[in-house]
Design a protein around this ligand. Structure first.
Ligand SMILES: *[C@@H]1O[C@H](CO)[C@@H](O)[C@H](O)[C@H]1NC(C)=O
Ligand SMILES: *[C@@H]1O[C@H](CO)[C@@H](O)[C@H](O)[C@H]1NC(C)=O
Length: 418
């Protein structure tokens, strides 16, 4: 797809597009579903997500119980991977699988541990598919595994079987890595920018799950520690390229100290926010603390509809007609918007109006969207806020598996704004 047709697609379908973005917590696709009537329903976390969240606390798995040394000490051996930024919505990077290497673009899933790409043996929609498929027959390093996998995304299920092969990322090769060959995928995947997914979630090794790519890179001494960090840039900002750093942090991309927070679940990148408010004392939500995750696959911060409504009212944002979970902001307000303040582990993380507002770059003069969108949760379900790329562009985000914590530091990219 060339840039002009992408632009046309965005221009004509922006309201639908935003709805679709929200519907995919891990954003494997860029296009627009024909129907989005049941938006509220599709915004609910998928079953796997809910089950994991509601699982009682478990002791840390043995392999990571021992604290890892300070990541800064060995940060020089970390590996940087340049990411492509697709309209601030989807960030992806190339990997190769097999010998000789077959190239795939992968987006990042913080929730699930499985890395997968489409399989040549998939019967689905060969004709419409623009992404690539892994061919085991043309790789000399392929080893069969055959165990089934299935992942639930709101847009549908991805299923297939595991295989083993060499995966190369950022100049490093991980031999005999177990990954998923997807046989069935939701329609959306067939036209997305990314071919597959790179899983950065926790793998339950004790329960027989396979080590992730990151786990194996650490186990095989390719990385100094089971940590990774995202620097996400702003589309058309002329700032440095987006970078995922495996095995450490890269101080070129952030400034000041990290605010660290312990994970609130042992096997999930989830943490507590003490409270969320607009500056100047207007509109405070989650007084007694709330749970949150970050999501490199959505441009928005999503929270319980009622709280989001309160915050949006305070900044003068108006619900979209026909899709009241999304709010528009008038261009003239941009410079006078209050700051959004997230208190994490007693520290204040501040986002200016220009940080949290969402604008689709190809559009001239707006509309601008409030970066806060509503999400429905079931009554028996704990509401989990999801901090999307507007947050991650403002805060460099560090994930520390060994110490079960996350860290946030101001990015340099907050200097580059619309
Ligand atoms: C490749 O995968 C197919 C389907 O799983 C299998 O039938 C075939 O034997 C595999 N090829 C090799 C060389 O193992
Ligand atoms: C990968 O697995 C195959 C089959 O189990 C084995 O023969 C080979 O030695 C392994 N390669 C490495 C580098 O571990």
């Amino acid at each position: 797809m060339n840039l002009t047709s992408v632009t046309c697609l965005l221009l004509t379908l922006i309201p639908v597009y935003t709805a679709q973005v929200m519907s995919l917590p891990f954003s494997p696709a860029k296009t627009v579903p024909r129907q989005h009537k049941n938006l509220g329903k599709r915004l609910e976390p998928h079953r796997h997500f809910r089950e994991r969240f509601q699982r009682p606390m478990q002791p840390l798995s043995k392999s990571y119980r021992r604290p890892i040394r300070d990541f800064r000490v060995k940060a020089t051996t970390a590996k940087d991977i340049k990411l492509e930024n697709y309209y601030n919505n989807l960030y992806y990077a190339p990997i190769t699988i097999g010998t000789p290497g077959q190239k795939f673009n992968v987006a990042f899933d913080i929730e699930n541990p499985i890395t997968w790409v489409p399989s040549i043996h998939s019967p689905s929609r060969q004709d419409r598919r623009i992404s690539k498929k892994y061919n085991n027959e043309s790789s000399s390093s392929f080893t069969a595994n055959g165990k089934a996998f299935e992942l639930s995304y709101p847009s549908g299920k991805v299923s297939g079987y595991f295989s083993q092969d060499n995966i190369a990322i950022a100049g490093a090769t991980i031999h005999n890595q177990t990954f998923g060959e997807a046989i069935l995928e939701p329609d959306m995947f067939s036209v997305s920018m990314n071919d597959g997914i790179f899983g950065l979630g926790f793998s339950d090794i004790a329960a027989g799950e396979e080590p992730t790519v990151l786990d194996n890179m650490v186990n095989k001494g390719i990385l100094p520690a089971p940590v990774f960090s995202f620097y996400l840039n702003t589309y058309e900002s002329h700032g440095p390229d987006s970078v995922l750093t495996l095995g450490g942090t890269n101080p070129e991309y952030y400034t000041g100290d990290f605010t660290f927070v312990q994970l609130s679940m042992p096997d999930r990148w989830q943490f507590e926010i003490d409270r969320i408010q607009m500056s100047r004392g207007v509109g405070t939500t989650c007084w007694y603390g709330c749970q949150a995750v970050v999501d490199p696959g959505s441009p928005f911060i999503a929270g319980p509809s009622y709280f989001v409504q309160v915050l949006n009212e305070r900044i003068g944002a108006k619900p979209l007609e026909g899709n009241p979970k999304f709010y528009s902001v008038d261009h003239s307000q941009l410079d006078s918007l209050p700051d959004l303040e997230l208190y994490v582990n007693g520290q204040k993380l501040t986002m200016t109006g220009k940080d949290y507002i969402v604008k689709f770059p190809e559009e001239q003069g707006g509309p601008y969207y409030s970066g806060l969108v509503g999400k429905d949760f079931k009554r028996d379900e704990t509401a989990v806020w999801s901090l999307g790329t507007n947050f991650m562009r403002t805060y460099y985000t560090y994930f520390d598996k060994g110490n079960r914590r996350m860290g946030f530091a101001k990015t340099f990219s907050s200097l580059y704004r619309y």
